[in-house]
Design a protein around this ligand. Structure first.
Ligand code: GLN
Length: 475
């Protein structure tokens, strides 16, 4: 049976493009996007009139079209973080990852919907309206890279880029049943990523398979002097780690992650995955990460502090929206009042508060100290195990509107992904099963800094053993 091209993995699509089938892939994707965009709203912009004349079919990506989150700057294309305040903002330069994708021969087909400025876990705070989950369109796709995850899950994109500050690649990957990798802090350049929390932000791939994730990491990873946090570490060939063997691996299950509040079916599915690893020869043990309960609180102090200073530059002078007034102070106030949505304002206010004189010591400095303890938990655990296995999100996809007016409930959606960002370590989310009602469940595998190869090997072994990725949403 012939599968339509839009269903192809990146690996398969590269093969087809090499044989001269690029235009057919592009056409298949265009038809698919046009058919499903009204239902899913995964994209905020797309461009089917690609100039393919410069594409080399022998390049790494061979012209295969990809999608990117709307917070990654593309030269000459509007880039808005799904915010009204950046309406009309057209960057004069490419982000480092866009340069790398273009150099590897990729075409950029479109920009994906997201929570405004990447603040959120549901894609509901976008000024373009919510994205819907391809598995059940009354549910959220997760966030903030919800558009990227939904596009890949619905076969509206072969693969996509997202960004992850507290879970924004992994949580939507989990809720949409795709693969999402947050690389080690410093592994991928953030030059040209519109900043949210600068001590957390990383760009990474959302893909249909683990192999595709490795292929894209070969393109994305590497040193960039324009990002002062970019690591000098050499980049391995990640596709070499795609070997089905976990017999030498010790995998830890943190006791603190399997507690009250964890959905019963998610719990069962992740434990079953641990059992699969055990059967394949890995050693499974229970570990402790004792400072876990402080993670969400610490994140919502440090990340909002960084966000409030990063968003200071959007004042109507240099970027996007400007509400014209007589006085410049009024112009700032009115532009920011009109341009930012409710969640962005909440974070700017909270962030400014925790950084203000008299509160800085009590909140921000204290938060940084506890962050060190959380990181230490991981480093100690990695003396006993090679990988840590957890659920990615405590629940499967929730209903649109269910948590929209309850910020705390929304923040708790990232309870298992946030500690990873606080520690700077790499982690992947891959599908590990389905609920009885057919919603995807994701599991997270985390490793020591710069051990993406171990993550890929274990994730690939599990994926090949179970074949879960072959199940697709009915659309
Ligand atoms: N959902 C988390 C937040 O709202 C994480 C977002 C992200 O990783 N960008 O901050």
């Amino acid at each position: 049976m012939n599968r339509p091209f839009y269903e192809f993995t990146l690996k398969e699509a590269i093969g087809v493009a090499r044989e001269g089938g690029l235009r057919e892939i592009l056409r298949a994707l265009r038809d698919r996007i046009q058919a499903l965009q009204p239902k899913i709203n995964a994209f905020v912009r797309y461009d089917f009139d690609q100039d393919l004349s410069a594409v080399s079919s022998q390049s790494v990506v061979a012209g295969v079209p990809l999608a990117v989150k709307d917070n990654i700057c593309i030269r000459g294309k509007e880039t808005t973080c799904a915010s009204k305040i950046l309406k009309g903002h057209t960057p004069p330069y490419d982000a480092a990852v866009i340069e790398r994708l273009k150099a590897a021969g990729a075409t950029i087909l479109g920009q994906c919907n997201m929570d405004e400025f990447a603040f959120g876990s549901s894609c509901e705070t976008s000024s373009f309206g919510p994205t819907r989950n391809p598995w059940d369109t009354t549910r959220v796709p997760g966030g903030s890279s919800g558009g990227s995850a939904a596009a890949v899950a619905a076969d509206m994109a072969i693969a996509a880029l997202g960004s992850d500050t507290g879970g924004s690649i992994r949580q939507p990957a989990s809720l949409c049943g795709v693969v999402g990798l947050k690389p080690t802090y410093g592994r991928v350049s953030r030059y040209g990523l519109i900043a949210f929390g600068s001590s957390f932000d990383q760009i990474g791939p959302l893909t249909k398979t683990v192999e595709d994730s490795a292929i894209l990491m070969n393109v994305l990873a590497g040193h960039d002097p324009r990002d002062s946090t970019s690591a000098m570490q050499p980049v391995p060939d990640y596709t070499k780690s795609l070997v089905c063997d976990v017999r030498d691996l010790r995998i830890g299950l943190p006791a603190e992650y399997f507690v009250e509040g964890l959905d019963r079916e998610v719990d069962k599915s992740v434990r079953a995955a641990a059992e699969t690893f055990r059967k394949l020869g890995a050693t499974i043990k229970t570990i402790r990460l004792p400072h876990t309960p402080y993670s969400v609180a610490v994140y919502y102090i440090v990340a909002v502090a960084e966000a409030s200073s990063n968003l200071g530059r959007f004042d109507g002078v240099q970027y996007g929206l400007r509400i014209p007034t007589k006085e410049i102070r009024e112009m700032y106030f009115e532009t920011r009042d009109e341009g930012f949505g409710v969640e962005a304002k909440r974070r700017i206010l909270l962030g400014t508060f925790v950084l203000s004189a008299g509160y800085y010591e009590a909140y921000y400095r204290k938060g940084q100290k506890v962050r060190t303890l959380i990181r230490k938990d991981f480093y100690e655990a990695f003396e006993e195990v090679d990988l840590i296995l957890t659920p990615t999100s405590p629940t499967p996809a929730f209903k649109i509107g269910e948590k929209a007016n309850d910020p705390l409930a929304m923040y708790l959606s990232d309870i298992f992904t946030i500690p990873v960002n606080l520690s700077g370590i790499p982690a992947i989310s891959i599908p590990c099963g389905f609920t009885s009602s057919g919603l995807p469940i994701g599991m997270q595998l985390a490793a020591r800094p710069f051990q993406e190869e171990l993550i890929f090997r274990a994730a690939y072994t599990f994926e090949q053993e179970t074949g879960i990725y072959k199940t697709k949403p009915k659309l």
